[in-house]
Design a protein around this ligand. Sequence first.
Ligand code: ADP
Ligand code: MG
Length: 351
Amino acid sequence: GEAKEPPRIHRLDESVVNRIAAGEVIQRPVSAVKELVENSLDASSTSISVLVKDGGLKLIQVSDDGHGIRHEDLPILCERHTTSKLSKYEDLQSIKSMGFRGEALASMTYVGHVTVTTITKGQLHGYRVSYRDGVMEHEPKACAAVKGTQIMVENLFYNMIARRKTLQNSADDYTKIVDLLSRFAIHHIDVSFSCRKHGAARADVHSVATASRLDAIRSVYGLLVARNLIKIEASDDDPSSSVFKMDGFISNANYVAKKTTMVLFINDRLVECTALKRALEVVYAATLPKASKPFVYMSIILPPEHVDVNVHPTKREVSLLNQEVIIEKIQTVVESMLRDSNKTRTFQEQT
Ligand code: ADP
Ligand code: MG
């Protein structure tokens, strides 16, 4: 047959490119909440509250008591690739902040309506300003404000019909948001968190700053979890292998659940590691078959150069150097703790 004429190639409108990219960074309401809360943590906040309306599609509001945003930075705050956290590529190796790409706020303005209220130390009043498609909509207006920053995202995905529809049919985003805040609350125990549905009298997550991790877990996940935990710790300072430190709490033989809860922080970043989760389930199934779906809170510290945090815009999956070795080490520690606890339990039951 006759060859078809090739279609012409043209450059996409910048607004189309930005909206497509934004939809990748902000996949659902809970992704916006994660970015906002991480910004609050990066701003050294001690108190962070989240308010959600209609699963986050109508409103997500995150208020903190952090250092605030300078008036002179407000014009570029929501532009793509504007950040106070990274200057040169090499900084990525040692970056301590959660953010660094300067993409989150910008992305939210391409798929929602963003309003920022902020005040910095020593100022008599704050400023409020709204953004759309990366651009400040008007000059910042002086307003009353308490310490810190409040960011409101309204009408998320108003311009992404298919996304909005699929999300409207699944009512579980608020559950995901509560789950997210619960995870942050048991790691950052020096910060108080709250998460509330608009119109609800009480908060679904409510943690106060404490010195005890176990108290934090009790207040967020409840007594049934907290009283069935074993403390674990491991470290390896052998310079020839990968230097790592791990500590956390894992459930014992009395904790029975339908599914595994795995709260994992690597270098203070909330991440997922499917391989580690599976590896722990294997140990539990072999050691405590009746309690084979564990609750695990684990914080792992690795040399920053062993963790690639920049795999994906959501920064959710990290890749680790020597992942197999680390997982094996953790498996060994967990297994021996479980065996010990199982022995004492049988002993207690017999007496
Ligand atoms: P990133 O966190 O990667 O720098 P963001 O788009 O999330 O990018 O935020 C852009 C910048 O806005 C941050 O670098 C920070 O300076 C500022 N910022 C955002 N949220 C807050 C906040 N809650 N408190 C203080 N500054 C903030
Ligand atoms: Mg950020």
